[in-house]
Design a protein around this ligand. Structure first.
Ligand code: FES
Length: 158
């Protein structure tokens, strides 16, 4: 039997999937940069989201330990093809149990979970505001300012 890390970790570490970058300026791309101060490791993760909310592509660059690289690689593999709602439910234990990470390496999978969440959140902020403003403007033009509902009056103030 192998000692140390499980072979799934070795596989993702030696042949990481989806390494690279997506265009940060693209509106359909959400980007995240998360780090752990305690170990100094950093994960950059990006998602490209289609109009139906499906993650069409994901890329990462990880400056960190083997488990952080394996966790990001496996994370991108999992989320491609998933809806952003589904993908945001992925927890670090989904990642760490698949990779069979030892307890001292659990925080590496936490970093990957945080990266998924942050990339989706970035995509949402990049897109929701503009869509919502144009929706609210249309609503206001149709019904008159007095009828604009509360979330709309908030977004129109921005
Ligand atoms: Fe810090 Fe792995 S040791 S992310």
């Amino acid at each position: 039997a192998r000692r140390g890390y499980h072979e799934v970790v070795h596989d993702h570490f030696n042949n990481p999937r989806n390494v690279g970058s997506l265009d940060k300026e693209d509106k359909s791309v959400g980007s995240a940069l998360v780090g752990k101060a305690s170990c100094g490791d950093v994960i950059k993760l990006q998602v490209k989201v289609g109009e139906d909310g499906t993650i069409q592509d994901a890329k990462f660059k990880t400056f960190g330990c083997g488990s952080a690289i394996a966790s990001s690689s496996y994370a991108t593999e999992m989320i491609i093809g998933q809806n952003i709602t589904e993908a945001s439910k992925i927890t670090n234990s989904d990642i760490s149990s698949h990779l069979k990470l030892p307890p001292v390496k659990i925080h590496c999978s936490v970093l990957a979970e945080e990266a998924i969440q942050a990339a989706i959140a970035d995509y949402k902020t990049k897109n929701s505001s503009e869509e919502q403003v144009s929706y609210c403007l249309a609503l206001r033009n149709n019904r008159g300012a007095g009828d604009v509902n509360v979330p709309c009056s908030r977004s129109l103030q921005r």
